[in-house]
Design a protein around this ligand. Structure first.
Ligand code: SAH
Length: 250
């Protein structure tokens, strides 16, 4: 019985895959990739003759069946998920099924798209004097969101927010954020396909979000005053701040 390796594919650019992830892909005999989002260019890392499955066309049962057969045959299996598998990756249900079947697995983290979006925006999500918190969430669509996590409730914190899976509901996003207390003037951005050659950045405000872009699947909505111009300098690098590594000067 061989191990199933869950691998974070990164946000899209093939060279934003981790070295461990690349090694695993190169060695894999069977690859199941999330074809709706993973850049197919990543499959260039696989060896010739490897068996490739696109999970976008499969059910959970079918994915588990491919893993089970390959594991019984002692083949190296990679399950490739976009970004980091821990975010909206639906890996828990796969891991629990594998556990029940006695098939071992491990997880190789990846660069999440929210990190690639920050890089594209040249943004720091946690600016002193502005926000020290990043809320990763989604608007409610076909997947329900727990009551305490409605966008309006989360917006009331005024923290930086990154919205996954929400670019098709910009009207609703905008209205919920304003309902939660954000000013319509709060800076906002949409990043399409961060790190892909077709990457696109649209900047606006919470109030103008819906006018910024057409509904596109592979996009993140970033909201918060960290996208604005005002912030405080860090204490860490202030001349008068003493740390374990540096004596502050008055
Ligand atoms: N595990 C992934 C997220 C999967 S959910 C991660 O860590 O990034 C799918 C959603 O992720 C998409 O609807 C979109 O909101 C976002 N997404 C994934 N890749 C993206 C990219 N390159 N640019 C912008 N958004 C992306």
């Amino acid at each position: 019985m061989s191990t199933v390796h869950f691998v974070g594919a990164g946000p899209g650019a093939p060279d934003l895959l981790t070295l461990r992830g690349r090694d695993l892909l190169e060695q894999a005999a069977v690859v199941i990739y999330a074809g709706s989002l993973v850049n197919p260019a990543l499959l260039d890392y696989t060896k010739k003759g490897s068996e490739i499955h696109n999970s976008a066309e499969m059910t959970l049962d079918e994915v588990i069946a491919v893993m089970t057969t390959a594991s019984e045959q002692g083949k190296k299996i990679v399950r490739l998920h976009t970004g980091d598998p821990s975010l909206y990756g639906a890996i828990r249900e796969q891991m629990d099924r594998l556990k029940a079947l006695g098939i071992s697995y491990d997880i190789c983290p990846g660069v999440s798209s929210f990190c690639a979006a920050a890089a594209a925006l040249e943004a720091e999500y946690t600016l002193p004097g502005v926000s020290q918190t990043l809320i990763i969430t989604r608007a409610e669509g076909r997947t329900a969101v727990p009551e305490g996590e409605k966008l309006s409730a989360l917006a009331s914190h005024g923290a930086t927010m990154v919205l996954f899976l929400s670019a098709g509901m910009l009207d609703k996003v905008s209205a919920e954020l304003i309902k939660g207390g954000l000013s319509p003037e709060t800076p906002a951005a949409i990043v399409y396909k961060a790190s892909w050659p077709e990457q696109q950045i649209l900047r606006g405000t919470v109030g103008t979000l819906a006018k910024l872009g057409a509904a596109e699947k592979t996009a993140l909505v970033i909201v918060g005053n960290v996208l604005g111009d005002e912030y405080e300098l860090s204490r860490l690098y202030a001349p008068d701040f003493t740390t374990a590594f540096r004596e502050g000067r008055p």
